[in-house]
Design a protein around this ligand. Structure first.
Ligand code: XIL
Length: 465
């Protein structure tokens, strides 16, 4: 069962001076986004696709909420970093399998498939490899050893491997890497062939970014894939990383997936995130939900699209703020692991239902995902001090107005940290210059003194806009 959505009526303890005062905690808009009725993985199973996440072993160990979300909402696991060469073999000849094993064990314990990421790449390699100045023959031998060792270790346990990662420049030319420079473009075919020998049951992928649209880079990928298929090289799928910017889901994404499918290849969305220029407003989080929905819709529309992996659990787990200056909030859960509007959009794209009024529903007013708590802080014969705290979880506010009706003739005499006006029973308070932005996961409080004539009941609700 879902928890009740409304926070109306929650009673708070009162201080000595206001013993008889009901401290209303008042809901406005909607409560934070809730988990959908059915976990995303069950919805994805019913649609016949995977929904995955990129995980870190230390967070699985140390954070129960992260672990719970990873286990219950996803049916596929990618190692965010644990299977990269630099992590596996920081010193030549001595492998660290700890975190990679942990992730594979976790996935198996939870009935999840594993995407192996990644064997041959230009980034996150050990220094000894990057700087070794090896001959072509030595590079070929190093590639063979690494693929045989790594794929062989998990034979039958890792369903899909990103064999080569990020092989193209944006103009569609081959990226110059230690592999390209030593072996020429055929390093890609060689790596695929070695991976197939090491685990003939694994599905082998090429993976890149900015190949989501039909463009020069994805066309280069398309031509390479077609040539490899024609040569009989073992290639089974293409990974579209999909590190997207808010509002920029390519209109040609579905057509692009389809053209790879028409070559006889599977396609996965392998690293989805949708970054927002910070701070993210409530409206931007709703538009982000639309972007998530569009990506899932594009995948679901093509039968060979195997699923979608999201690149991290909560917004604070994401690589985005470290790499794209000023951007953040790219994932389906916020920094407190509360589901964001994007979560509900994905649930809906997968055929699930979410409660009407969930943040992210089309047409929701700004402020959805934030609540205002009303409290009487102090009370005397003819008046009281009140506080209102605006708290945002699933989304943020930028510029706010809190409105309520006093039920028993209370009148505001003075307010601080907000500008308040009163007309009859109706009170309208707006932010001052420095507290207009309430980020997801943040709060702000304003206060007032008011006069009473007799009783001092709390308002029935506060509306945020
Ligand atoms: C990123 C990780 O998320 C970060 O933790 C790490 O510091 C750098 O790499 N494309 C890929 C991923 O294929 O492996 C990258 O992951 C993100 C871009």
């Amino acid at each position: 069962m879902r928890p009740p959505r409304s926070r109306l009526g929650r009673a708070l303890a009162t201080g000595v001076l206001c013993a008889a005062t009901a401290l209303g905690t008042l809901a406005t808009g909607a409560a934070p986004a809730q988990a959908a009725d059915q976990p995303l993985r069950d919805l994805a199973d019913a649609k016949g696709i995977h929904i995955g996440n990129a995980l870190a072993g230390s967070k699985l160990t140390n954070n129960a909420r992260y672990r719970e979300i990873a286990a219950t909402e996803f049916n596929s696991v990618t190692a965010e970093n644990a299977m990269k060469w630099g992590v596996l073999e920081p010193n030549r000849g001595s492998y660290n399998w700890g975190e990679a094993d942990q992730l594979v064990d976790f996935a198996e314990a939870n009935g999840q498939q594993v995407r192996g990421h990644t064997l041959i790449w230009h980034s996150q390699n050990p220094g000894w490899l990057d700087n070794g100045d090896f001959s072509a023959a030595e590079m070929r031998q190093l590639m063979r050893n690494h693929i045989e060792t790594t794929v062989g270790r998990y034979e039958g346990r890792i369903a899909v491997w990103d064999v080569v990662n990020e092989m193209f420049n944006d103009d569609g030319s081959f990226r110059r890497t230690i592999w390209y420079d030593a072996l020429g473009p055929d390093y890609i075919a060689e790596a695929l062939t070695l991976a197939h020998e090491a685990d003939p049951t694994a599905k082998l992928y090429l993976n890149d970014y900015s190949v989501e649209a039909v463009n020069a880079k994805s066309t280069a990928m398309y031509n390479l894939a077609r040539d490899l298929k024609a040569r009989g090289v073992p290639l089974h799928g293409i990974g579209l990383q999909s590190h997207l910017i808010l509002g920029q889901v390519p209109s040609t994404m579905q057509a692009n997936i389809q053209r790879f499918a028409d070559l006889g290849l599977d396609v996965d969305i392998t690293e989805l995130d949708v970054r927002i220029q910070m701070p993210a407003s409530a409206d931007e989080l709703r538009r982000q939900a639309d972007d998530y929905r569009a990506v899932f819709d594009a995948c679901l529309a093509v039968s060979r699209c195997q699923g979608v992996t999201v690149w991290g659990v909560g917004d604070n787990d994401s690589w985005v703020p470290d790499v794209f200056e000023g951007y953040g909030a790219p994932l389906m859960y916020d920094g407190n692991y509360q589901a964001k509007p994007a979560y509900d959009a994905v649930a809906e794209a997968l055929g699930g239902t979410t409660d009407p009024g969930d943040p992210g529903d089309p047409g929701d007013p700004p402020g959805d995902g934030c609540v205002a708590d009303y409290a009487v802080a102090n009370e005397w014969n003819s008046g009281f001090t009140g506080n209102v705290t605006i708290r945002c979880t699933g989304s943020s506010l930028s510029g706010w107005t809190a409105t309520w009706d006093f039920p028993a003739g209370q009148r505001i005499s003075h307010a601080w940290n907000a500008s308040c006006t009163q007309s009859g029973a109706r009170v309208t308070c707006t932010n001052v210059s420095w507290n207009g932005t309430v980020p997801a996961g943040g709060s702000t409080t304003f206060g007032f003194n008011a006069t009473t004539s007799g009783s001092n009941p709390a308002p029935a609700s506060i509306t945020l806009s």
